[in-house]
Design a protein around this ligand. Sequence first.
Ligand code: SF4
Ligand code: SF4
Length: 442
Amino acid sequence: MLLRTFKRGGIHPPEEKLSADLAIEYGEIPGSLLVPVNQHIGKPCNVLVKKGTAVKRGDVLAEADGFVSSNVHAPVDGKVQKILNFPQLGGQIKECIQITPDNPGESYQSVLEGDTFQEVDVDGLDRDEIRKTIAKAGLVGMGGAGFPTHVKLSPPPDKTIDTLIINGAECEPYITADHRLMIEKSDELVRGIKILQKLFDDVMIYIGIEENKADAIETLEQATKDEVKMKVIPLKTKYPQGGEKQLIKAVLNREVPSKGLPMDVGVIVQNVGTLKAIYDAFFYQRPLMERVVTVSGNVVKRAGNILVPIGTPVSYLIEKYEIDKSRIKRLVSGGPMMGRTSYSFESPVSKTSSAVLFFDDSVYDTRDENPCIRCGNCIAVCPMGLPVAQVTEMIKANNVTPDIKNYIMDCIECGSCSYVCPADRRLVHWMRFGKNIINREN
Ligand code: SF4
Ligand code: SF4
């Protein structure tokens, strides 16, 4: 079979999908949760609770402020202990609401079993109602970006959407949370897709899945076999295929222009986890209060995929998976390519935490940067076709001229360039630094 993929650049890091065959397990309610107030891109929320407020699971803790913002809900029954600034997974310090649950230690599965399923007449839903329900439930892109879902699903009238792409690429090493959702929750995902289908006229749905997830391809082909407007597209395994622009190129052979968005080429991309959350919001009236997290890395005795309430601290996962703390030298939120190093075992799982990875020092390059040998590897693998070596030299020299700004802003921070550089140059870091310089100027 000829598999589709994006054409320009890309790499094949070792897959290390240690938890691919491990079913999603349920965590327990931890002794304390730290719920981040802002887990989205956009305007910060307004906190509605204070120290001592008793909350019920599903209550709004922080309310969206404006359209590009997103509600945050209490994942457990409990009491607000305090509101504090705390390091997040990814390193930034952000406001959090600390909740002491009423039922620590209770299986999260039993909590979920208390929720009532309610059949929904999807054909009877109107478009405004769908967007409002998604906004009310605090849904954001769960693949990492955290862009509010209702905003993404509300393109301006001059943009005609003819295609929805469901992103099942999960191309980062180690992460398997979406893979397991596609295998174990395929019917729920299809029901979530049918709700989104209602939003656009005559829209075609493609589910892009890399060939290293053959079981997910088969399961979703089966689940969509009677759907004429849904099609599973098996993709060649290549990093960073999960990037929106790369996925659109791979599935549709459409090119999102520089500084453009998928909607400029008639497409909206949705993550698998977000679709499951859409299903929960409609069929269980359950806002986004939980997520599946892959726990893995080279120091774990056993890896896994676990469904936990938002706000669960990393220390809970360390204990649950019996990870030897003394061996952990790097804690990474997300995948090893695009994820961020984190510094506190008490940092909480958020709506966008696809994975928490634990490593010793052996997998990270601690060598010094060496002079560029002009090999061109970074340019060859860059999926955005950027002249990486030259641009990073100019950033390093603090010479961010107007003509290189577009290159810098087009960088998707995939890390492919750093991965292949024989001179150990921290190319993606320089690109990020360049973006900071530009953002400071604006
Ligand atoms: S991190 Fe940026 S510059 Fe480097 S390969 Fe990826 S897109 Fe290109
Ligand atoms: S890969 Fe590294 S050494 Fe090769 S051209 Fe790029 S920056 Fe220079």
